[in-house]
Design a protein around this ligand. Structure first.
Ligand SMILES: Cc1cc2nc3c(=O)[nH]c(=O)nc-3n(C[C@H](O)[C@H](O)[C@H](O)COP(=O)(O)OP(=O)(O)OC[C@H]3O[C@@H](n4cnc5c(N)ncnc54)[C@H](O)[C@@H]3O)c2cc1C
Length: 428
């Protein structure tokens, strides 16, 4: 068959293949085929269908359908930037979200690791002249609402399975082969298949990867004091980062980036042990701000990496696959921006397809290059900033320690830098 096999079992048929794949009987076709069923894949499927294109979406976990429990929030909690609100509004999804489950953030406090009062950065919506800085909500809420919107779209077909093979030949339609052996013919493939993206490696797109040797432990807590719509982040001596994000019904979502050993230890803690442990952190500051915290969810742990794909389109000889979301880039959660960045990929692709010249096909290399160019600046700068911040606060060198803590106070006093940082964080 002339197939190149890769370690994860997927394959790509090269342009030199002597035996092109023949259409199988009963095969399905669509303008776009989206591989991946996370928020990025779902938002992209919906947006393309709303532009009038036929879409097939494939992922093994499309039929999760978790019910949302009253006053209890899912394990995956995200800070959403205004750029995300804008996209979800354009997709007519933002207003359909249950806003009782979304918490607006009006203030953010970031603390250095020397324990000095001046090592502190404060962002406020009031100062920035906006009603809110961000919103905190659950992945499940966004996914369920996207699922509902997708069900109304006749243009979208969903297939609940994995992709096992991909065949791309020059000047021919790419073909996806599913686990069942079924074949899908399409014009353009969207790889939204996450950080480990099997599609990305199959088509030979290399990545820059850095392992932070850290894991993020996440859990939700009820707090004794009102959180006052405020998000907190503490940089701790030794490189840990502890964030508390406000949720509705006087709860907070914790994201604790720490060593893999400590993450293991935290994952094994009994729920009664958490209030005391958190009370003892950062000299009692968490307790001062939020009072006693009681565990409300099963903690989860995520290994932390930085990944940047060297190209957003491939294969080189005839690009038919576009990378979006974590398949294209993975960043440290300290800035809470990974999903926001991925949804800006979606917004950019939708805008390019919507505004394309009539004579161009949707897989025109010029359009794909436009997408790649448009996403380069945003992605590289956000990856660079979060990586630098992580390295700066992870360093135990006295000079760097002084610089980072002094830096927080300095930025706090500089309205211009602060405004620029807010604009950056808001995705503008
Ligand atoms: C601790 C933590 C906190 C975070 N907090 C924030 C935050 O506050 N704000 C923010 O913006 N971001 C945050 N992020 C980042 C965010 O989680 C990710 O950027 C986002 O989930 C990426 O979504 P995705 O759809 O690209 O990938 P995923 O959600 O990983 O989805 C990938 C999909 O591809 C499917 N798939 C994989 N292989 C195949 C295959 N062979 N065939 C078919 N389907 C396949 C999977 O089943 C899945 O459906 C955080 C991340 C972490 C780890």
């Amino acid at each position: 068959m002339g197939l190149i096999r890769y370690h994860h079992g997927m394959s790509i048929q090269s342009r030199a293949s002597p035996n092109p794949t023949k259409p199988s009987e009963g095969h399905q076709t669509a303008d776009f085929c989206i591989v991946g069923g996370g928020i990025i894949g779902k938002a992209c499927a919906l947006g393309l269908a709303q532009l009038g294109y036929s879409v097939i979406q494939i992922a093994p976990d499309l039929e999760k359908n978790q019910a949302l429990m009253p006053n209890q929030f899912g394990q995956r909690i995200y800070a959403l930037a205004p750029s995300t609100k804008n996209l979800l509004s354009e997709l007519h999804v933002w207003d359909a979200l249950d806003h009782q489950r979304i918490q607006a953030v009006r203030d953010m406090h970031i603390f250095g690791d020397r324990g000095q009062a001046n090592d502190h950065l404060h962002f406020s919506a009031f100062e920035a002249g906006r009603p809110e800085l961000a919103w905190i909500t659950e992945a499940d809420l966004i996914e369920l609402t996207l699922d509902q919107a997708i069900r109304f779209q006749k243009q979208i077909r969903t297939i609940n399975t994995s992709v096992s093979d991909i065949h791309i030949e020059k000047d021919a339609k790419p073909i996806l082969v599913l686990g069942s052996g079924e074949q899908i013919y399409t014009q353009l493939i969207i790889a939204a298949d996450g950080a480990r993206s099997p599609l990305r490696s199959t088509i030979g797109i290399a990545i820059h990867e850095h392992d932070y040797d850290q894991a993020a432990v996440v859990a939700n807590f009820s707090c004794a004091y009102p959180h006052l719509q405020t998000a907190y982040q503490w940089f701790l001596p030794g490189g840990d980062i502890l964030a508390m994000l406000p949720l509705p019904t006087q709860q907070v979502s914790m994201v604790w980036s720490t060593s893999p050993e400590n993450a293991n230890h935290l994952m094994q803690l009994r729920s009664e042990a958490w209030p005391k442990l958190l009370q003892e952190q950062v000299g009692g500051s968490i307790h001062q701000a939020l009072g006693t915290l009681q565990l409300q969810s099963v903690p989860a742990s995520f290994a932390l990496k930085r990944i940047k794909a060297q190209s957003l389109i491939g294969p080189n000889y005839d690009p038919k696959v576009v990378l979006l979301g974590d398949a294209a880039h993975v960043i440290h959660p300290l800035a809470g921006q990974g999903l926001n960045l991925g949804l800006r990929d979606v917004a950019s692709l939708l805008q390019i397809i919507k505004n394309k010249e009539e004579f161009r096909a949707i897989d025109d290399r010029i359009l794909l290059r436009r997408y790649e160019r448009q996403r380069e600046g945003d992605t590289s700068s956000l990856l660079w900033i979060t990586h630098r911040l992580k390295s700066l606060f992870g360093s135990s060198r006295p000079l760097e320690k002084q610089i980072r803590n002094w830096g927080l106070g300095f930025v706090n006093r500089s309205h211009m830098i602060k405004r620029q940082l807010i604009e950056r964080a808001l995705g503008e």
